[in-house]
Design a binder for this molecule. Structure first.
Ligand code: ZN
Length: 96
């Protein structure tokens, strides 16, 4: 894989045009209170906002899957809390 083929360019998310850095990094995702680390993500990374411009399909796919999994966990957790609450109410347990 040749990831040095493109010239450096600038972050589209940052107003001041931070320079993106080409490399392979472990990227940490935050979806609500769920955190995921995606190892060895190849691409142009913005050190300011965390924006990534992917240079290969594999990294993009793994990031996408991690986001999906993290949000599924966020919503799954919310659902479980709701069910636990309902269960405790049905049992007349006000100590929830
Ligand atoms: Zn940025």
């Amino acid at each position: 894989m040749n990831i040095t083929a493109r010239k450096p360019h600038y972050c589209l998310q940052c107003d001041d045009g931070a320079e993106l850095e080409l490399g392979v990094r472990d990227v940490t995702l935050h979806a609500d209170d769920v955190t995921r680390v995606v190892p060895e993500v190849a691409g142009w990374h913005c050190s300011k906002c965390g924006e990534i411009e992917f240079v290969d399909q594999d990294s993009a796919r793994r990031m996408s899957a991690a986001w999906g999994g993290a949000w599924a966990e966020v919503y799954g957790g919310a659902l479980r809390r709701e069910n636990t609450f309902l269960d405790s109410r049905l049992r007349g347990n006000d100590a929830y």
